[in-house]
Design a protein around this ligand. Structure first.
Ligand code: ADP
Ligand code: MG
Length: 831
């Protein structure tokens, strides 16, 4: 207790006192018993005293020590939700917000109308809600509506160690909001919870907290975990190695759950399938015999285990698609229910290796294999918390979510591939890519710690100790490796004009902030900086441009600025319902199933090739012909949404037409949400969600293409012309303002064969080549009209059509008085 006090430094003089009420909670006896075992319970008094005496408190404790589930309950019992304010808890992951709210409701024996959650598209919050779990993005939006967050008496920022962008921003904002509230006599508390002890970014940041907040440590009852490194480090087929190691553990080691760490959803499913094939287990059939006949002497067992030589690594063969058709799916429909994991990205489905690489199927050792990743449906995900069927061993194959957000009971063995999948974004070129990289030492240790929750455990690292030594100590804060224009716009909307001065726990680079402001100025969301001679002056001015009325409208839409701009322009020519549908579809990841994925329900006569041909044909139909084809991939999205809604958005329709059911439901919700947002910004439009949306007319398609150009103006690409074809690599290539290398239209694009002279794209994703995704054709003569702020205007003779200026990356256009400053009315241009 003393320690906590000591670390707090001088306590702020006047602190509003804690409510002197104690609210009784009527827990079920078994719940009460379970929670008494959690280490955080021993610290309840220390925590609550620190919260009483300080506005800011930092709480660190091992994953599984009970922070997320218990601290909200402490606060509730101490009366923090009994007045007008409620308890808010933010999570960086949707899956955690939902599952933790259910868990806490259950532990407290309260209904979900009292302990509720809110995530981007859904929630069960009521007027009676006392504890509200939400994603950090949801709270950020609420700050925009009510800067003082008057609904809350306390905010808990959970999983702060993940350093998600919104979490970082929230801590920065709350460091200002809490003192303001206290000044107004509406006391408020902020509790930052973290799984690691590395909290200096928060506590030692004097810009953030002038007085360092107290840090309370929860000592978890952690059992020793022996860490076993590989001698070698497999560079290619690590998921094969993961599979073999898991098989060995299951065959040879005493009972105890296995937790496997992989990087993405496809890998998780592939390893799950291989494990299920190797150790078949079917629900409803009780397994005969013991789980493992291994001797109880673990040390002896370990020695034997180590002697087993690892098989030579074989690299995965090229995609073998027909392997899929014979897959046993004993748990029903995981594969179909799987959404694309936002954080982990979609990845190429690799065929499973041929049968001779497989372990022999061994039904005498049933293994209960469960996948776990962030966008798995809550029902599927809840399975990991339940004990495995009798006679089986639990094996959870997970992505990073199992590292800290969720604690799975009964894990004794951890298999760690040592890698993590991250989205990388090149700020200069705007190219993004998903890359699998080594994880950090801190996260490898977190992963290992999962094995020692209930008894001593073992962690198998599939890399050498030398490789581990080269890992970075900690993972970087997300804010340093992603574009920040959405954050800058939201901050400007909160009237934080000088974003550079914002107390970020880890500030993004000035370069990133300048790029964001430039984009927002180009989109018209910020007022243009005054033109002054001094370069330095301009730099400074550029970083403090105030928000424009258009920017305010854009900030109220829950989508990135480029898309918000499209919504803001959408009311022309009654295009709004289409713009809403397209924007919704563009912001939901991967609405199409992989063409090469086998159907879940089709009869055997339909082969993969037939299915592929049928789906391709369908997408071609959605793309339309003539004028509508020029809207390209966005027309395909619109066609898919329209057709799916027309058919009532059923799982059957989605399955038959290669659409992800879950994505389509998200689009539907987002359309509703965006429609409400548009109506509240400009009520005179009176748009409504029309499920039977008729296809757009030709002139509407033209208008849509212009609106898309207005939003994606900095993503303009020009096809390389014949006379420029010095290097054959430029064949069918496109030139963009900032890249030296060509980018290409992806073969799956509706415009792959058309190759229009000018296109805009949603993003460039680097795989085998740099491919543009989400491509629409635009007309060169629109460029100077619509992208005025992007253009330099030269003399008519200088450039025949818009051209990229190599030195500035801007678009060069010829100048006529009608083109210049023509404003935002977008007349339908004659085609
Ligand atoms: P922390 O936030 O410190 O990581 P949690 O509060 O999330 O810890 O978890 C405390 C304990 O509650 C863990 O042992 C975990 O296994 C258990 N737990 C959490 N959610 C569930 C659930 N849905 N079902 C069963 N047990 C759960
Ligand atoms: Mg937690």
């Amino acid at each position: 207790k003393k320690e906590a006090r000591k670390e707090s430094g001088p306590a702020p003089s006047k602190q509003p006192s804690q409510p002197a009420v104690f609210i009784h909670v009527d827990r079920l006896p078994e719940m009460q018993e379970a929670r008494l075992r959690l280490p955080v319970l021993a610290e309840e008094q220390v925590i609550m005293e620190a919260v009483k005496e300080n506005s800011f408190v930092v709480l660190c404790g091992e994953t599984g020590s009970g922070k997320t589930t218990q601290v909200p309950q402490f606060l509730y019992e101490a009366g923090y939700a009994s007045g007008s304010g409620i308890i808010g808890v933010t999570e960086p992951r949707r899956v955690a917000a939902v599952s933790m709210s259910h868990r806490v409701a259950k532990e407290m024996n309260l209904s979900t109308s009292l302990v509720s959650y809110q995530i981007r598209y859904e929630g069960n919050v009521t007027a009676d809600t006392k504890i509200k779990f939400m994603t950090d993005g949801v709270l950020l939006k609420e700050i925009q509506k009510d800067f003082l967050l008057q609904r809350y008496s306390v905010i808990i920022i959970d999983e702060a160690h993940e350093r998600s962008v919104y979490t970082d921003i929230l801590i920065g904002l709350l460091s200002r909001i809490v003192p303001l509230r206290n000044k107004k006599g509406l006391p408020m508390k902020l509790i930052v919870m973290s799984a690691t002890l590395r909290v200096e970014d928060f506590t030692e940041n004097r810009k953030l907290f002038p007085v360092p907040p107290p840090v309370i440590k929860v000592e978890a009852r952690q059992f020793p975990v022996s860490v076993h490194f590989n001698k070698r480090t497999p560079l290619e087929d690590y998921s094969g190695e993961v599979f073999h190691k898991t098989c060995k553990i299951h065959r040879m080691l005493p009972p105890g759950g296995i937790l496997v760490f992989l990087t993405g959803q496809a890998e998780v499913h592939s390893v799950c399938r291989r494990l299920r094939r190797a150790f078949p287990f079917r629900r409803g059939r009780t397994a005969t015999g013991e789980v493992a006949e291994a001797p109880t002497d673990t040390a002896e067992e370990m020695r034997r285990f180590k002697k087993v030589k690892l098989k030579k690594t074989v690299s995965l063969p090229r995609i073998d698609l027909d392997n899929y058709s014979a897959l046993p799916v004993d748990e029903g429909d995981e594969d179909r229910q799987a959404g694309i994991d936002e954080e982990e990205g979609s990845d190429l489905e690799l065929g499973d290796p041929p049968a001779d690489d497989e372990e022999k199927a061994d039904p005498s050792l049933p293994l209960y294999v469960l996948p776990l990743y962030s966008l798995l449906s809550p029902e599927q995900q809840a399975k990991v918390f339940r004990p495995p069927p009798p006679g089986t061993r639990l094996c959870v194959v997970a992505t990073n979510v199992a590292e800290t957000s969720l604690t799975i009971p009964g894990i004794k063995y951890v298999v760690d591939c040592g890698r993590v999948k991250k989205r990388f974004y090149d700020r200069v070129t705007g190219v993004s890519s998903f890359k699998v990289t080594w994880t950090s030492q801190a996260s490898a240790n977190q992963r290992a710690g999962r094995a020692g929750r209930t008894e001593p455990g073992h962690c198998y690292r599939l890399y050498s100790s030398a490789v581990f030594g080269d890992f970075s100590l900690f993972s970087e804060a997300e804010i340093t490796r992603r574009p920040v224009e959405d954050l800058v716009l939201q901050m400007k909307d909160l009237n934080i004009d000088k974003v550079v001065n914002f107390p970020f726990p880890t500030p993004p680079s000035t370069e990133a902030l300048v790029a964001a402001e430039q984009l927002l100025v180009s989109l018209g969301a910020l007022e243009e900086p005054p033109r002054s001679g001094q370069v330095k002056e301009m730099e400074r001015a550029r970083l403090s441009c105030p928000i424009s009325p258009l920017g305010r409208a854009m900030a109220s839409f829950p989508v990135a600025p480029r898309y918000a701009k499209m919504l803001a322009l959408g009311k022309q020519q009654d295009c709004l319902p289409y713009v809403i549908a397209v924007v919704a579809a563009m912001t939901v990841r991967e609405i199409f199933e992989d063409l090469d994925r086998p159907a879940a329900t089709e009869d055997e006569s339909s082969t993969l090739a037939q299915r592929r041909a049928r789906l391709t044909q369908m997408r071609r139909l959605w793309a339309g012909q003539g004028a509508s084809l020029l809207l390209g991939d966005l027309m395909v999205l619109l066609g898919a949404v329209g057709a799916c809604e027309f058919a009532g958005c059923t799982p059957k329709f989605c399955e038959e037409n290669g659409l992800r059911y879950k994505a389509m439901l998200e689009i539907r919700r987002l359309r509703g949400q965006l429609t409400n947002a548009v109506n509240s910004v400009c009520p005179e439009v009176g748009v409504f969600v029309d499920s039977k949306m008729a296809p757009p007319t030709e002139s509407q398609v033209v208008c849509l293409r212009q609106i898309v150009l207005a939003g994606l103006g900095d993503h303009l690409a020009r096809r390389v012309q014949q006379e420029e074809l010095l290097d054959p690599k430029w064949r069918n290539g496109y030139k963009t303002p900032l890249l030296d290398e060509p980018v290409y239209i992806h073969p799956s694009s509706a415009l792959f064969k058309t190759l229009p002279p000018f296109v805009v794209y949603q993003e460039v994703l680097e795989t085998t080549k740099m491919y543009m995704k989400g491509v629409s054709a635009v007309e060169p003569e629109w460029v100077p009209q619509i992208l005025t702020r992007y253009c330099h205007f030269g003399s008519p003779l200088e450039v025949p059509s818009p051209w990229f200026c190599p030195s500035t990356g801007r678009i060069k256009c010829h100048c006529t008085s009608t083109f210049f400053r023509c404003g935002w009315q977008l007349p339908a241009v004659e085609m």
